[in-house]
Write a protein that binds this ligand. Structure first.
Ligand SMILES: Cc1ncc(COP(=O)(O)O)c(C=O)c1O
Length: 398
């Protein structure tokens, strides 16, 4: 099988922007090309170079980031680690051990990645070799499907079921029907872009219903925001020895998206198969920052509490205007606009508010990340300006 070595434009532009900034030239920032893999990225309306001031001034509600930045404890740890910037074999703060301890597993159950995006790619490359297919729902976090096409593999994408939930029985039935073609099941829990969980009973239904040796990638990027008691992490299945890979990231609750740290938790035999595909490109600073982040549970609790409060407040305001909001367990939500989202996204941008890209086939829904209180107020002001008042009799989901 041919595996394309894709030197991404995002790496190149990122490096170039940094070089220009360092040289004191007036750097433009190509916000879209720089930050995202194919999952969240892709063409967006109004994209293109902007000035640093423009970037800073936007209300950034497009990429489910943490708007508050890393807490003091994490900044201190990363600043400390600068002294290792010139080393290869530097002390890494014990990041592997800390992650393993956090989950009650061994270090040979852990693989680090430059963001969980790298883990998703590595899992795809490992298990889709030989033209196998990945199966999952659509819309979901598309990077796994995009990576599959990038390595000449393919995907089977099932529609969402009732109330935008993942239809687990359909996933089980289709996986069984196509088991010889499928190399990997992808489950994003909670799902991006809907924010809806797959319950712990449904995860069990999936794992018990498909062939015992079928690898399942469970993407728990938004794990830390969930309140619903029907949700649970799937790490215990790894400990049981099932062929499950859990992907986690420090980009969301831990506010380290720009620093790039994520990891996979899986049975050691699977990690051994995955390791050759890793790039080993995690930097010294974020390893130390990651250790501090795992320990600072108070900071994460605070982010979770404020995020949920703002999500509920914004959803209630939209519902009061007559718009339906999909109930979310994450740091983002979707609102049904009842018209195509694509041009609306550009209208928001003109008003200084960046919101999520379109997620086909949910083309009338807008995904909005939860920013600061000020950013959410700016979002609501823009929303009211873009949408004429409608009657408030429309039923709303939550
Ligand atoms: C569901 C999901 N998985 C993975 C990622 C990748 O995040 P990162 O590579 O920053 O860890 C994202 C980013 O938005 C996401 O939404």
């Amino acid at each position: 099988m041919k595996v394309r070595n894709r030197v991404s434009r995002r790496k190149f532009v990122g490096g170039l922007a940094a070089a220009l900034g360092y040289a004191g030239l007036a750097p433009g920032v190509d916000t879209w090309a720089q930050g995202r893999g194919a999952g969240q990225g892709g063409p967006r309306p109004g994209r293109g170079p902007i000035s640093l001031d423009e970037y800073d001034a936007f209300a950034k509600l497009a990429s489910n980031e943490n708007p508050y930045g890393p807490p003091e404890s994490v900044m201190k740890a990363m600043n400390y680690a600068f002294k290792y910037a010139n080393r290869y074999g530097y002390p890494d703060g014990g990041i592997m051990q800390e992650i393993a301890k956090h989950h009650g597993v061994e270090t040979d159950n852990i693989m680090l990645g430059a963001g969980s995006g790298e883990i998703l790619n590595v899992v795809g490359t490992t298990f889709l070799k030989g033209g196998k297919k990945v199966i999952g729902v659509e819309p979901s976090y598309g990077s796994v499907y995009a990576h599959a096409s990038g390595i000449d593999a393919d995907s089977i994408r099932l529609p969402l079921g009732k109330d935008y939930r993942q239809d687990i029985q359909a996933l089980v039935d289709t996986t069984n029907r196509h088991k010889d073609e499928i190399g990997l099941v992808y489950l994003c829990n909670p799902n991006n872009p809907t924010g809806i969980i797959v319950t712990k009973q449904e995860v069990k239904q999936l794992l018990d219903g498909i062939p015992k040796d079928m690898p399942v990638l469970i993407d728990e990027a938004y794990h830390h925001f969930v309140d619903d008691p029907n949700y649970a992490t799937s790490v215990p299945y790894v400990i049981e020895g099932r062929p499950v890979i859990i992907a986690r990231t420090f980009s969301k609750i831990a506010a380290l998206a720009g620093m790039r740290l994520g990891y996979g938790v899986a049975p050691a035999s699977l990690i051994r198969r995955m390791r050759p595909w890793g790039t080993g490109s995690v930097n010294a600073l974020v390893k130390w920052g990651g250790v501090a982040a795992l320990k600072d549970t108070a900071a994460q609790e605070k982010v979770k509490r404020i995020t949920i409060e703002l999500r509920k407040k914004t959803a209630a305001e939209l519902q009061a205007l007559g718009y339906t909001v999909i109930p979310s367990e994450t740091n983002f939500f979707m609102v049904h606009l009842r018209r195509e989202a694509r041009p609306v996204i550009e209208e928001f941008r003109k008003k200084g508010v960046l919101v999520g890209r379109p997620f086909p086939p949910m083309t009338e829904h807008l995904r909005v990340s939860i920013g600061t209180a000020d950013e959410m107020a700016r979002f609501m002001t823009a929303f009211k300006a873009i949408f004429p008042a409608v009657k408030t009799t429309t039923a709303s989901v939550g």
